[in-house]
Design a protein around this ligand. Structure first.
Ligand code: NAD
Ligand code: TYD
Length: 352
């Protein structure tokens, strides 16, 4: 049997593929459109692995997906593929609607047709795991309790609205057609292979290059941070033992202000890669114009996952961030490749 991983050349998808092969020999078909965020180099160490099959294609391509499902007798899908960056969704929401909503719809339809033709045992065992975000719940004030799975959806950005819409489609395909779906809503991830448009990798690279560390607004916005391997472990647990039709919050119990995140990162860099002139990386922090509609606080209550499936994150923010920074320091070839080309256009558009 084989699983299909969509968006496998992206940040979390590639980490998931590695995590999977560290625990299992079951084959993976990786389907990815290789947008600006998809990078085949992330998966290049698997080039000789006979259990890994990469396919360049779109989740919205009904015929291609149907063919892959049939040919590889897929028993589960882990659906990561998406447009994932809030700031890009503000500049241009179109691709977010196209991939996150319409693409997920086409994917669900090809999966439903395939699933309908399986025998009863295979039908029962089949899973469609939809990877979503805590951003669908909207913004919390400082004292409000963390999001549980029962919190109403109140998405505020084009990105989170498109993810919320895809979550609803997945839910409807369970209730209406009986497709055995699982949904995870996870907080902000960080770790290896993170495209440097997001806060943590952007600040690591800018710090090392002597560039400003841009903090939106007052820097007091709060996110809950989870090391990517912990997220991948949670997904494997939910896939193996989650109840179809259920949703599971995944989070790190690590609420931090953005300013705190960047200062902690600077402190680790001061230790691992002190600046030649003895100055502190923190001095590069620069306050810039706030993001429109910037959500103030996200916080995840992941107790359902702990209670029902026994999952808890292994990394603290300090240990996970240290591992991440060491990875970026040791992988300058990967970094040099991703910061060329399209990335430069993005930086100019967003920060100049
Ligand atoms: P990413 O942007 O790094 O990767 C997305 C991948 O999807 C890329 O490889 C891209 O090429 C591919 N892709 C885009 N459109 C496609 C299409 N139409 N067909 C096939 N492939 C396509 O994103 P990520 O950070 O790895 O996030 C993965 C998933 O996890 C997303 O669904 C995101 O909403 C969700 N999520 C992310 C975070 C986070 O902090 N990064 C947190 C919670 C949930
Ligand atoms: P980001 O990494 O884009 O993730 P998300 O918007 O999905 O939470 O941003 C994390 C936080 O950091 C968010 O509150 C916006 C803020 N931020 C900055 O202050 N400066 C930046 O340059 C970026 C990219 C983000």
């Amino acid at each position: 049997m084989t699983i299909l991983v969509t968006g496998a050349a992206g940040f979390i998808g590639s980490n998931f593929v590695f995590d999977w092969f560290s625990e299992s020999n079951e084959d993976i078909v990786s389907l990815d459109l290789l947008t600006y965020a998809g990078n085949l180099e992330n998966l290049s160490s698997l080039d000789q692995n006979p259990h890994h099959h990469f396919v360049h294609g779109d989740i919205g391509d009904y015929d291609l997906v149907s063919k892959l499902l049939e040919e590889h007798r897929i028993r589960a899908i882990i659906h990561f593929a998406a447009e994932s960056h809030v700031d890009r969704s503000i500049h241009g929401p179109r691709d977010f609607i196209k991939t996150n909503i319409v693409g997920t719809y086409h994917l669900l339809e090809s999966v439903r047709a395939y699933w309908n033709n399986l025998d009863e045992t295979a039908k029962k065992a089949f899973r469609f795991l939809h990877v979503s975000t805590d951003e669908v719940y909207g913004s919390l004030n400082e004292k409000a309790p963390a999001f549980t799975e029962k919190h109403p959806y109140q998405p505020n950005s084009p990105y989170s609205a498109s993810k919320a819409a895809s979550d609803y489609l997945v839910r409807a395909w369970f209730h209406t057609y009986g497709l055995p779906v699982l949904t995870t809503n996870c907080s902000n991830n960080y770790g290896p292979y993170h495209f440097p448009e997001k806060l943590i990798p952007l600040c690591i690279l800018n710090a090392l290059n002597g560039m400003p560390l841009p903090i939106y607004g007052d820097g007091q916005q709060i996110r809950d941070w989870l090391y990517v391997k912990d997220h991948c472990d949670a997904i494997r647990e939910v896939l193996a033992r989650g109840q179809p039709g259920e949703t599971y919050n995944v989070g790190g119990w690590n609420e931090k202000t953005n300013l705190n995140v960047v200062k902690t990162l600077c402190g680790i860099l001061d230790e691992l890669k002190p600046k030649a002139d003895g100055s502190k990386y923190e001095n590069q922090i620069t306050y810039v114009k706030d993001r429109p509609g910037h959500d103030r606080r996200y916080a995840i209550d992941a107790s359902k996952l702990e209670r029902e499936l026994g999952w808890r994150p292994q990394e603290t923010f300090e240990t996970g961030l240290r591992k991440t920074i060491i990875w970026y320091l040791e992988n300058d070839i990967w970094v040099n490749h991703v910061v060329s080309g399209e990335y430069q256009h993005w930086v100019k558009k967003q920060y100049s």
